[in-house]
Design a protein around this ligand. Sequence first.
Ligand SMILES: N[C@@H](CCC(=O)N[C@@H](CS)C(=O)NCC(=O)O)C(=O)O
Length: 224
Amino acid sequence: MSRGGPRFQLLVIAGQDGKCVGDCPFSQRANMFSKLVLNPEDIDVTPVSTVDKPGWFLKLYPDGKVPVLIDRTERNKIVPDSEEIVKYLSTLFSKPELVPSGFEGIPTAFFPKFAALMKNKDKDKDHQLRVELTAELGKLNSYIESRNSSTEYLMCDKLTEADCQVLPKLRHVQVAGRHYKNYEIPGEFSALNAYIKCGEESLVFRQTCPADEEFIWGWSKFFL
Ligand SMILES: N[C@@H](CCC(=O)N[C@@H](CS)C(=O)NCC(=O)O)C(=O)O
């Protein structure tokens, strides 16, 4: 660590107390990826409230969205957006192996389907939205089944950017889906469930995952 403190600061969403880490999957993606690339002493992770955005944050980044990465050795260069943060860190530290090609082939449309179910207020549409969510999760299950069976994570035996994108979103389905919609990822999706178990046991996931209450609080605005 340099005398001036860590090189990077990562602003992520804050939870309900304004201090702990909240439930933004894009923030967790950037946080997970930064842990794959950087030594812990090279980065500070700072939760920022997006409910009551501090003036310093809006001055720094008027769009007011998280995550945002600050590179202190590059005159406090601001890198907003999880995708850009991943590109910036992987290029800077030359880690192409953490961003393998082929992500486009992974079926990830379950998250918009999940959000549609969570936001739906018409009881008559709920069943159809559940069916659509299950169908998308089924595609992900089939994708995982079709890979080399010795592969632990989505693309290989090590966590990559693909896992940083997908695992945080699956956690939303598990925790908020169960709480608000009584939705369970089907047990027969055994490849998907095994992948989730493996991913969620990884240190990087556990270090960055918000508490269950944060998912419940984060989605609560749709259930008032
Ligand atoms: N495309 C962006 C999405 C970031 C995003 O939508 N962040 C949400 C939290 S999950 C946010 O900051 N919302 C606050 C706001 O829009 O005011 C990324 O990948 O980083």
